[in-house]
Design a protein around this ligand. Structure first.
Ligand SMILES: [Zn+2]
Length: 297
């Protein structure tokens, strides 16, 4: 509250039923094939999505869109494996193309939100017409939450397939160190410094959130750790303006969104592929210095 009054932070949020419906058991949990014992609750039927390896450290029960989930944290010894691949790759993350790899592979965005956006807006209007707190309002609210969960599931499914594929095939993955969170917050600005191009930026921001760059990066990082690979984060400065062929850097090189055309050496290339090649080169430079960093190890 003090930070809020000083103007440096937003209004504190009150705890409320339905916002973070979760609780944790630090001990006393037992698991069998199709049921789990939770202290004070007893045996509960559940679907075990994967085998539990190691000792259970704690268990978190949470509710999302009307469904209950249980996450089991375990501890076990593991030898860091040798990554099967020797390949090093650079990835450019974008809006029109979700990911462009420096070897030329391209992955389209999912846009799961865009597809459902109209339907969701209609459901929202339906909710607004209902008496807040009434049975019908609650029903509508839960339908909306389910839609949101569906959108998120679709997106995560896609991101997991993609990150697993890339992580399996490349021992080192170079990525731009995009401050996704900063980017997504900047549109509105602060009271003293209102943001510019709010409408345009919030459109871009929604697309960024929809595509989950941040989540994708997170998945790549832990999957690389599992396989004994690495993620190298590089400075995104100029990666879109620099010529990957001769190194000449200028905003003039980028006359259109899709194409890169070097005004110094006449090199022509898809702009995202050019950026991916720059990211790879910057990553290799980091590796040559022997400084992979805490983040990426
Ligand atoms: Zn050039």
């Amino acid at each position: 509250m003090r930070d809020f009054l000083a103007g440096s932070k937003g209004m504190p949020r009150f705890k409320k039923k339905g916002r973070h419906d979760s609780f944790r058991f630090p001990q006393g949990v037992k698991v069998e094939q199709k049921k789990i014992y939770l202290p004070k609750i007893g045996w509960v039927k559940f679907r075990k999505s994967r085998e539990i390896e190691g000792t259970i450290k704690n268990v978190t029960v949470s509710r999302l869109a009307g469904k209950w989930y249980v996450s089991i944290q375990v501890e076990r010894e593991q030898v860091v494996p040798n990554h099967p691949s020797r390949s090093v790759i650079g990835i450019d993350l974008g809006v029109a193309l979700f990911a462009t790899l420096s070897d030329g592979q391209v992955f389209m965005p999912v846009d799961s939100f865009k597809v459902c956006q109209k339907k969701l807006a209609k459901q929202q209007r339906n909710l607004a017409r209902k008496v807040k707190g009434s049975e019908n309002w609650k029903k509508q609210k839960s339908a909306i939450q389910k839609m949101h969960a569906k959108i998120a599931n679709k997106r995560n499914d896609y991101l997991h397939k993609l990150s697993t594929n890339i992580s399996k095939n490349h021992v080192v993955i170079c990525l731009e160190d995009l401050k996704v969170k900063n980017l997504t917050r900047s549109a509105k600005g602060t009271r003293d410094k209102p943001g510019k191009n709010i409408a345009a930026k919030s459109g871009l921001n929604r697309s960024i959130l929809d595509q989950g760059w941040y989540e994708f990066k997170r998945q790549l990082m832990y999957k690389q750790t599992w396989r004994g690979g690495h993620v190298v984060l590089v400075d995104p400065k100029y990666s879109s303006q620099k010529c990957s062929n001769c190194g000449f850097t200028s905003a003039e090189n980028r006359r259109t969104q899709a194409n890169f055309n070097c005004i110094s050496c006449n090199y022509v290339l898809n702009a995202d592929l050019n950026a991916a090649k720059n990211i790879l080169a910057a990553g290799l430079a980091v590796l040559a210095c022997g400084d992979i960093g805490q983040d990426a190890a």
